[in-house]
Write a protein that binds this ligand. Structure first.
Ligand code: AMP
Ligand code: ZN
Length: 112
């Protein structure tokens, strides 16, 4: 499958990794929108949040456990945002599920 984040998960394309285990990988966004901008992905291909099921959802809790640890290690005590864009109208550009962990600045709500 020609999937950018599968290739990153398989080390076929390099990334600036901040956390990795058997099931998930976290790496720095190549075009950061915040002082801390990390992407957290399942290593197994899931196209988007719309494809999460009872069979594959175990990895989602691991992603959020990692997010809490990464945020703590990055010193984001004042707050951070975790977001996933799902589908065209939400601006998803890579069709492999990923959660943006962003911090180091303030964020507006609701998002644009
Ligand atoms: P989204 O637009 O929500 O699908 O997010 C995709 C994100 O992937 C964007 O923030 C891009 O900057 C980021 N991105 C694209 N290619 C790479 C790459 N090779 N390494 C790290 N981040 C990337
Ligand atoms: Zn993939």
């Amino acid at each position: 499958m020609d999937c950018l984040f599968c290739k990153i998960a398989n080390n076929e394309i390099p990334s600036d990794k901040v956390y990795e285990d058997n099931d998930i990988l976290a790496f720095r966004d190549i075009k950061p929108n915040a002082p801390t901008h990390i992407l957290i992905i399942p290593k197994a291909h899931i196209a988007s949040a719309a494809e999460i099921t009872a069979e594959n959802s175990g990895v989602i809790s691991k992603i959020f456990e990692a997010a809490a640890k990464i945020a703590k290690d990055a010193g984001l005590e004042s707050g951070f945002r975790v977001v996933t864009n799902c589908g065209e109208s939400a601006g998803q550009s890579v069709m492999h599920l990923h959660f943006h962990l962003m911090g180091g600045r303030s964020f507006s709500w609701p998002p644009g």
